[in-house]
Design a protein around this ligand. Structure first.
Ligand SMILES: Cc1cc2nc3c(=O)[nH]c(=O)nc-3n(C[C@H](O)[C@H](O)[C@H](O)COP(=O)(O)OP(=O)(O)OC[C@H]3O[C@@H](n4cnc5c(N)ncnc54)[C@H](O)[C@@H]3O)c2cc1C
Length: 438
């Protein structure tokens, strides 16, 4: 008992020290960036606009949008560089709230944060170009879009994150806000109409959705099926137990060590791998997230790991010496992080962007990413009014319990930090379309 207490105190002290280290790291990078900008030799702007070089960012979510924000304010301001952001979604899809908004109504619009030129207000006029499209393949000096256009790049950031084949509750599965809102409403209606809900997957999305559904509709049967012996199995035993307690307290049936056979879903029953049948008129699959690395399959197949992530160097350059100008960050990057989250995606985005700024100034990329234990903190909701926050370093864990009062999970803060006014939709980003060399 006393030893456990000492371990927790030690962990708490490490947590505070870690916070300081992060803070000073950010400060150091910000100051050295400013110093580099002040001391950089004056570069001569190109006389011919076709000589302007492109820095291309593929994907604009927690990694790509943050990287674009940093690049827009830090790339040399002499007209030698243009920043091109390529993103198929009309709005920033705020993943955190998707399990909750799959269940409760009236908040769907809050999951779609408008992309806005104001997020790039510190960039020189005309430097940022927004392309609403999807990259289908990456070549050594250009990217090819679904539209057939080809955009050359001097530097590239791949921030394509993860995908799921079946959409909600992990991703929306549509590119337009309006379609996304309808998809969320359809899921809410399906849950409302159901009597026996089965959720597959005991990771965060599955646990949050199952607890919200049971909390909102206590008379319905909600069953969570998970293939491992504990829910939230990637985290420490404290969180595993906290999550299981939260599920069971609300009355969710938890079946461990079993898989759902998705082929067996017929609207009345589902069958588990063991052959066991469960009554089910609403099946929700919360498994199957995969890194979106297909766009480099032809160019650098050897950098794709068996899990589908893209292997990177500590500088977040792709792990292929022939492609030093390609950087990868966020969920798609293989950075040996056990539990990725959006804070880590944002930190990696800063490092990738800062390294490109160094390279654009003729210096060697030197900022590096190293996974830190405390970054993998998680806040897990367990029904509408309760959440737990977990820190763990593999030896000890800290678990904090909270009462939650905001059904929209304080997503207004995310809108503000992404330069948008909650919850005012300003429409689809518009900037002069790309007119570079085809
Ligand atoms: C349900 C759920 C809840 C979560 N809750 C939390 C939480 O509470 N806190 C937390 O910190 N993290 C949370 N996470 C994790 C977090 O969402 C991810 O770590 C984060 O989204 C990773 O950001 P990313 O930018 O790397 O990738 P993504 O968010 O997946 O974004 C990738 C972007 O790239 C675009 N893209 C993909 N392919 C292409 C292409 N070929 N061409 C152009 N663009 C492309 C996509 O449209 C998308 O906008 C949650 C995740 C899920 C699924």
């Amino acid at each position: 008992m006393a030893l456990e207490r000492i371990k927790k105190v030690a962990l708490f002290t490490r947590l505070i020290a870690y916070g300081f280290r992060i803070y000073f790291g950010v400060l150091r990078r910000a100051l050295s960036g400013k110093f580099a900008a002040l001391t950089a030799p004056k570069a001569i702007p190109p006389a011919d606009p076709s000589e302007v070089k492109n820095v291309v960012v593929v994907g604009a979510a927690f990694a790509g949008y943050i990287a674009s924000h940093i690049l827009a304010s830090s790339l040399p301001r002499d007209g030698r560089y243009r920043l091109i952001v390529i993103e198929p979604n009309s709005h920033f899809n705020f993943t955190w709230v998707l399990p909750r908004f799959s269940v409760i109504s009236g908040h769907e619009h809050k999951a779609f944060i408008p992309y806005s030129p104001s997020f790039f207000s510190k960039s020189p006029k005309g430097m940022v170009q927004w392309v609403r499209d999807r990259v289908t393949s990456v070549r050594s000096h250009s990217v090819v879009l679904r539209s057939g256009d080809e955009i050359p790049y001097e530097f590239l950031i791949i921030a394509t994150g993860s995908t799921v084949p079946h959409g909600l509750p992990s991703r929306i599965g549509a590119e337009n806000r309006e379609d996304g809102i309808e998809i969320l409403k359809a899921m809410q209606a399906r849950i409302k109409a159901a009597t026996r809900i089965v959720v597959a997957g005991g990771g965060a999305a599955g646990v949050e959705l199952a607890t919200d559904a049971k909390n909102q509709y206590p008379d319905k049967s909600v069953t969570l099926v998970h293939s491992r012996q504990a829910v939230m199995h990637r985290f420490g035993p404290g969180l595993q137990k906290g999550a299981l307690d939260g599920l069971q307290k609300l009355g969710v049936d938890v079946i461990l060590g079993e898989r759902v056979d998705p082929q067996s879903v017929d609207g009345k029953f589902i069958t588990l791998a063991s052959g066991r049948e469960i009554e089910c008129d609403c099946f929700i699959n919360c498994t199957g997230q995969k890194p979106a690395s297909g766009l480099i399959e032809d160019l650098a197949p050897k950098t794709i790991t068996s899990s589908g992530h893209i292997r990177v160097k500590p500088t977040l350059q792709i792990d292929d010496d022939s492609l030093p100008n390609i950087f990868v960050c966020g969920d798609v990057a293989d950075t040996k992080v056990a539990n990725m989250n959006s804070r880590i995606a944002g930190q990696q985005a800063e490092i990738a962007a800062d390294n490109i700024v160094l390279a654009a100034r003729g210096k060697k990329p030197s900022y590096t990413y190293e996974p830190g234990w405390a970054e993998q903190v998680i806040k897990l909701t367990l029904g509408m009014g309760h959440s737990i926050t977990h820190f763990g370093d593999g030896k000890s864990e800290l678990l904090f319990s909270h009462r939650e009062t905001d059904p929209a999970l304080m997503c207004a803060g995310a809108w503000r930090s992404l330069g948008a006014k909650p919850f005012e939709d300003t429409g689809v980003y518009s900037s002069p379309s790309y007119e570079g060399t085809k």
